[in-house]
Design a protein around this ligand. Sequence first.
Ligand code: KIV
Length: 289
Amino acid sequence: MSEPDGAPGPERSSALPAVRAEPPKRVRVQHLRAAKENGEKLTMLTAYDLPTARIFDAAGIDMLLVGDSYGDNMLGHSGTIPVTVDELIPAVRAVARGAKRAMVVADLPFGSYEASPQQAMASATRMLKAGGAHAVKFEGGRRVADHVRLLTDSGVPVVGHLGFTPQSENILGGKRVQGRGDESAEQVVADAKAIEAAGAVAVVLEMVPAAVAERVSGELSIPTIGIGAGAACDGQVLVWLDMVGMGGWSPRFAKQFAAVGAEMDRATRAYIDEVRAGTFPGREHTYWD
Ligand code: KIV
């Protein structure tokens, strides 16, 4: 068991590279499994641009996810479904430039991998070559096990995504908890085992009952990264805008650790007022010769 704050116990050193090491040392696939074995919680946040990637990386986040949530959060799409590989690649590139320690994981958008392992490989290749990602994530269990296998064998680390999978929102009937009831829970467990056996390095569990996530975490050797899946997961992920109070839809699992949206609103109003009042720019903001 880890200490309450997620740090390793006093007698154990961390399995993860030190934060702010010089030169920086990257979080890699072997560290994910070692962290789980060591009882250390993994931390993941989404990031979609350079400044946020730099802040999260310097603070010590282990994994940065350039999620397809970029589509709704940053591009104003109705959900994750419309976002494309072409749209995501510049965001992946910016995040990869800002991340010195964190593993950068790029989502494969809807329509860019489902048809075949070869299609998944082609999209992943773009995320690694053009984007600079270190791993890719895509949704699904047994139905994409062959995709996971081909990518793994080809040198691409894969993070799975089970439970509520936003790209399947239409067939799931909306944003609904998955894995409720024995049969549904067994499906989640079987899917998780299938992608682990195919070589996945971690699996995101989204909106599943805590007991199901705990069972999956206990039965897998690879880490589970929870979002709305309880505290027994081996790590946690949040959409960064939700984490700082800038998100739109606010599910119960999205704890706000800061009110950055409110602070930006305050700053914007102050700026408008000062410009209108002629008090900004002041003498100290002005070149005199
Ligand atoms: O795209 C995303 O932000 C995600 C997280 C919700 C895990 O997939």
